[in-house]
Write a protein that binds this ligand. Structure first.
Ligand SMILES: Nc1ncnc2c1ncn2[C@@H]1O[C@H](COP(=O)(O)OP(=O)(O)OP(=O)(O)O)[C@@H](O)[C@H]1O
Ligand SMILES: [Mg+2]
Length: 245
């Protein structure tokens, strides 16, 4: 686990991904040369045009996808050379993931889906009800995914990702199916996880309102991190740095 708030929870050095299963011999790099650290307690936002590599980068940070090049250290563990089985073990212990299709188990109720997250990371199974309450779904604990709206499913997935307080929380468009108020609730929860539990949180979004919750905003373009907009903590204007290409 993370021993210090001064050691990065995520450290990527010159990380790159080229999808090799496509028929095109000159398939471009989906992500290239990404060097990035995320500290415990920090909420980082990734923005950028469609196809710029945000989901690919997030998938590598979460151990869903093996990088083609570069080094990746998560919570003190080198993960770039792990095979599928190793990545799965690492993911279960360290990472809470929210993906756009939610990945809820259709045969389980909302509370049971959240319970899976708790069971994987050694949390108290009784905590599912509380997590559902935090995302405004206390009354839907016994509902199955097909009985929920898209936004409600998204919130169950968020509750599951928070279950067991993983040190790394990664979310791909977590507010996409939510109205403005629910979006604020969810971003507030992620921010609190960072502040109070010291989780390192990375959020991919197209939603400009999410920027207000960020400690840092990275913009991606053609697979590269192009710009960092760093919020100066507590006071002062935002500082804007160019990232060396
Ligand atoms: N499984 C895959 N196989 C082959 N190419 C892929 C795969 N997934 C993504 N790509 C390609 O990699 C590039 C980056 O895709 P990615 O999904 O990371 O973009 P994104 O920034 O998340 O876009 P969006 O905002 O539309 O979700 C795109 O050119 C895409 O076509
Ligand atoms: Mg994407």
């Amino acid at each position: 686990m993370i021993v210090s708030r001064t050691t990065p929870a995520i450290e990527a050095v010159l990380l790159g991904k080229r999808y090799t299963h496509t028929a095109q011999p000159d398939e471009p790099w989906a992500v290239q040369g990404v060097t990035l650290s995320v500290m415990p307690g920090e909420l980082t936002v990734l923005m950028g045009p469609s196809g710029s590599g945000k989901t690919t980068l997030l998938s590598m940070l979460g151990g869903l996808l093996a990088p083609t090049t570069g080094r990746l250290n998560i919570c003190g563990e080198r993960v770039e050379h792990l095979g599928e089985a190793g990545r799965q073990v690492f993911r279960r212990r360290r990472v809470g993931l929210i993906f756009q299709n939610y990945n809820l188990l259709s045969a389980l109720t909302a509370a049971e889906n959240v319970g899976v997250g708790l069971a994987l990371r050694g949390g108290d199974p009784a905590g599912a009800a509380d997590l559902l309450r935090q995302v405004g779904l206390a009354s839907k604990a016994a509902a199955y995914p097909h009985e929920l709206s898209g936004g409600q499913r998204q919130r169950v997935a968020i509750a599951r990702c928070l279950a067991g307080s993983p040190p790394v929380l990664l979310a791909d468009e977590p507010t996409a199916a939510l109205d403005a108020e629910q979006g604020r609730v969810v971003m507030g929860l992620l921010k609190r996880r960072a502040r109070e539990h010291g989780s390192a949180v990375v959020v991919v979004t197209h939603d400009a309102r999410v920027r207000g919750f960020a400690d840092r905003v990275f913009e991606m373009e053609d697979g590269r991190l192009r710009r960092i907009v760093r919020r100066v903590v507590r006071s002062g204007p935002q500082e804007v740095n160019r990232v060396p290409a």
